[in-house]
Write a protein that binds this ligand. Structure first.
Ligand SMILES: Nc1ncnc2c1ncn2[C@@H]1O[C@H](COP(=O)(O)OP(=O)(O)OP(=O)(O)O)[C@@H](O)[C@H]1O
Ligand SMILES: [Mg+2]
Length: 379
């Protein structure tokens, strides 16, 4: 049924919010900063793209809404309500649907791309603590995020971190009766994609989000994504060069993946996570936690509960509130709006800014783009 024929008596008109500015251009829609005309509360409006209108309301948006309605936690973005526009002659008689979120002043990708923003070790601990608390909560509620990356991690002006963008999220269950799950494998932005997905695993679980957490944690120091592959093959090569060869000795059962034979996996690589990152990450506890998050075998990768108990969070300097640091940065720090890193690339368009965070999987139907040359190389 076409949504234009429907009346939504319990759905407010989006006109109750006054649009301020565009803050994001995602694969799945535009995001606007807006203000509730009555209360003055700031919100983010995410428009649901109705690409294939004939098929009715997009199933991906329905899934995102259902999941967000279930998740209520300090470290998960809050979906306030769903709004609509009435069908009029100005929108070809097709109304739109908007997801209304609490507004967050920053996204982590934007903050990290701004050299003026400096995190102390205590502030990095607070950021990772909140990120892992969010993951612990969603995983306990049987939800996989499936698109962990710095651009999907929001931070309020008060320094509260919120996991956002549940556009690729799904519910999961541990298989009973020994039958394997058959989830789609084309998820997670390439640079943050764990080795089991790159090898075609379809029976994955929470460890896929912890790999992303490891990439994000490292980025708190390197300021750029650490493994910027152009293709799935190259991503596997980069992972092997950092985390050591993908082999049954370190990952029992890996040989059972079809792609283990088909992909060209570098042999004889030593694991160099700590060695290569120590120039950036001076703290031994931090290096140890990163090492455990970037574990090749998902069964041995640290989970959010263990990670939260890691000494990193329980040794001096202790996690320290982000509010003070953020109060010095009043200007917009969204990835979409952030200035390009190198002056010669000042003409960076929104499309470019978006590409910086790497190509999506096929789910997003985005072409695999080469890495933006303005992005700093880490190794
Ligand atoms: N609640 C919010 N407050 C402030 N900014 C937000 C909020 N939600 C989203 N944004 C901004 O909009 C961007 C895109 O939002 P989101 O990730 O939810 O959409 P998407 O279409 O799924 O994006 P993508 O394809 O880039 O993953 C975010 O990276 C962030 O910069
Ligand atoms: Mg996003």
């Amino acid at each position: 049924m076409a949504t234009s024929n429907l009346d939504f008596p319990f759905c407010h008109d989006v006109g109750k919010y006054e649009r301020i500015t565009k803050i994001g251009q995602g694969t799945f829609g535009e995001v606007f900063k807006a203000r509730d005309r009555k209360t003055g509360r700031l919100v983010a409006l995410k428009k649901v793209i109705m690409e294939n209108e004939k098929e009715g309301f997009p199933i991906t948006a329905l899934r995102e809404i259902k999941i967000l309605q279930l998740l209520k936690h300090e470290n998960v973005v809050d979906l306030i309500e769903i709004c609509r526009t009435k069908p009029t002659q100005f929108n070809r008689s097709k109304g739109s649907i908007y997801l209304v979120f609490e507004f967050c002043a920053h996204d982590l990708a934007g903050l990290l791309s701004n050299a003026n923003v400096k995190f102390t070790l205590g502030e990095i601990k607070k950021t990772m603590l909140q990120l892992l608390e969010g993951l612990f909560y969603i995983h306990r509620n049987k939800i996989l995020h499936r698109d962990m990356k710095a651009a999907n991690v929001l931070i309020t002006k008060n320094g509260v971190l919120k996991l956002a963008d549940f556009g690729l999220a799904r519910a999961f269950s541990f298989t009973k009766s020994g039958q394997a799950n058959r989830y789609t494998n084309r998820v997670v932005t390439l640079w943050y994609r764990p080795p089991e997905l790159l090898l075609g695993d379809r029976d994955y679980g929470p460890p896929i989000d912890l790999w992303g957490a490891g990439c994000i944690m490292t980025e708190m120091w390197t300021r750029s994504p650490i493994m910027q592959g152009h293709t799935e093959q190259q991503q596997l090569t980069l992972i092997s060069q950092l985390c050591g060869s993908i082999a049954p000795q370190v990952w029992p059962g890996v040989e059972k993946y079809d792609l283990f034979q088909k992909m060209d996996l570098p042999k004889g690589q030593k694991r160099k996570v700590k060695e290569r990152l120590k120039a950036y990450v001076r703290d031994q506890y931090a290096l140890d936690l990163i090492d455990k998050l970037l574990t090749l075998d998902p069964k041995h990768r640290i989970d959010s509960d263990e990670a939260l108990n890691h000494d990193f969070f329980w040794t001096e300097p202790l996690p320290c509130d982000l509010m003070n640091m953020l109060s010095q940065h009043k200007t917009s720090m969204f990835e979409y709006l952030a200035p390009p890193r190198k002056p010669n690339h000042a003409q960076g368009s929104s499309a470019q800014a978006h590409a910086r965070h790497g190509p999506h999987g096929a789910v997003a139907h985005q072409q695999q783009q080469p890495t933006d040359p303005s992005y700093d190389r880490i190794f």
